[in-house]
Design a binder for this molecule. Sequence first.
Ligand SMILES: [Fe+2]
Ligand SMILES: [Fe+2]
Length: 306
Amino acid sequence: MKLSNEMRQLACGGSCGRQLGPSEKSRQWPAATFYGRRPERNVATAALTTDVAAALTSASQQDYRAAPQALAAVPELQELAACDDTDLLHLFFLVFCSQGVGMTEKVEMWIRRAGQECLALANAGSDVEMLQELGNSLVEGALEEAGHDRWFRNDVTKLSASWNAKHPGSPMSADALLTSPYFQSVHDYDELHDRYIASKQPYAQVAIQSAIEQLSLVLGAPMIARVRALLGDAFLPQLTFLHHHVVLDVTHAAESAELRDKFVEANPRLEPQFAEATFGVLDVYGRFLGECWNKAKKMRAALVLE
Ligand SMILES: [Fe+2]
Ligand SMILES: [Fe+2]
């Protein structure tokens, strides 16, 4: 399936090309006027977006359920998967975890709000039973995703400490990492969720979270295996978020996929919407991982390590 213009708009938040506003230099989430003040996507990110889109377009609309696997073909992510430079991997995890705070701190709220919107739609009278089941499931399941940003913050603290013990001449500051501005893709991820919650398709949340949970298994599990092989099991307690999700999301991904498929089976006309949400969120998450990887490579290139 080709990414439609609407999908590209959705993935970039419909605001590509706008200038950076002063408040975006901090990590604070912008207020309600955020939509008019998006940083312009830089050339490197635009090129990466093409790679992500190319990987995703290799999946057909019928295969949107398997689209998370397609992301493994993105060149930046292949580089990451094959990386055997332990310092570069360490830097990648520092960037991934510090930026990941912005990908997770609102997850509980997004899921709850999407569920509440499904229940409101049910009350308005369409597809009542299915929307009620989905809405209740999202509202009840939201708590399971609470506080995962804290895992990321703790991981940054531990990863910085172990980096500094290994490279005292090139120290990393956990505070500086945890206050550095969020990447464009982190803002896009936030906007994509808000956009769906505010749309007439809040039920697409189940496709969004199903795709991301599947991604934990498709990309996360091999990454944990690689860390074990290159850095040893002793490194894993610094990767609480990643390690826990590879374990937890086996169940979460199965439950979300079951709910999504049940909903689509009862409403086949909604399948294109679920496909669009899946490709949209994977495009953003693929760019997020690519931005983390490219930032880590730049940091590595700037360091002369002892
Ligand atoms: Fe989570
Ligand atoms: Fe999960």
